[in-house]
Write a protein that binds this ligand. Structure first.
Ligand SMILES: [Zn+2]
Ligand SMILES: [Zn+2]
Length: 265
């Protein structure tokens, strides 16, 4: 059986992703309430009681809101790097010592048949990192909350069979929108979030003939629309010589409140 995954929820209202192999079940971030996390698992026909570990990308509340609650209720170990542990400690509440694990940026860790590779990103958190999952020669990558996509990151993500990739905002919608200037500057800056166009340009460098599924993720509610993100990706990728749709790369939506159906990598 190849790896499967679901983007349970994606966006500034809360992020969570589920990855499973034959022998391992992982939850990556839990940025929604405990109750909502349970609902999301129920929708994909899985249960939090089966989860082997929670991996935390960074301490922003849209990634950790339910981490402590879920870990305590279902007795799940939490993995994060040292700086993230320090930064989220007070927000997630008490966690037993035997549930605390360190996973440093740039290191790899195997959970039975599934190996997790971590990489650092440029984002305004203590030590933000994201993940590549390897199982049985298949590769799934998760990369959101990035100010820009460096060549190093592109190299790490290359050859992935499936990617969950940030396509945060449309630059014009953000510029003309209601956000105060300092917030706009943060989002547009090198430590903020990736725009639709920059996401597509980066993806054009990452996609190889092994790449089949792209999930556009962490869309801004105020400064983006699913159709616009998809259209921009399609156009830019086409200009860069990548075909989307039948026979090419399949573009998928993600949603802030509804999980994507379990996808085989
Ligand atoms: Zn986020
Ligand atoms: Zn963030």
């Amino acid at each position: 059986m190849n790896m499967r995954f679901s983007v349970l929820a994606s966006g500034s209202t809360g992020n969570a992703m589920y990855v499973e192999s034959e022998r391992t079940k992982l939850l990556i971030d839990a940025g929604l309430s405990g109750k909502k996390m349970e609902e999301l698992f129920q929708t994909i026909g899985r249960s939090l009681s089966e989860v082997d570990a929670i991996l935390v990308s960074h301490e922003h509340s849209d990634h950790i809101k339910g981490v402590g609650i879920v870990a305590r209720k279902y007795n799940i170990p939490i993995y994060a790097n040292e700086k993230t542990w320090k930064a989220m400690e007070t927000s997630i509440g008490p966690v037993q010592t035997d549930q605390r694990f360190h996973l440093e940026t740039g290191s790899n860790l195997s959970f039975q048949d599934l190996t997790v590779e971590t990489f650092g990103v440029s984002h305004d958190a203590a030590d933000p990192m994201f993940f590549v999952f390897h199982e049985n020669n298949r590769k799934l990558a998760l990369a959101t909350d990035m100010g820009y996509v460096s060549d190093r990151i592109k190299g790490t993500l290359k050859e992935a069979n499936a990617l969950v990739f940030e396509s945060n905002h449309d630059i014009n919608m953000l510029r003309m929108g209601r956000y105060p200037w300092n917030v706009k500057r943060r989002i547009l800056g090198d430590m903020g979030h990736v725009s639709n166009e920059d996401a597509a340009l980066a993806l054009a460098d990452i996609i190889t003939d092994k790449t089949r599924h792209i999930y556009l993720a962490h869309l801004s509610l105020d400064n983006n629309m699913k159709e616009l993100a998809k259209m921009t990706a399609e156009q830019v990728l086409l200009e860069e010589g990548v075909t989307c749709g039948t026979g090419g790369v399949l573009l998928h939506d993600t949603d802030p409140y509804h999980p994507t159906s379990l996808q085989i990598v």
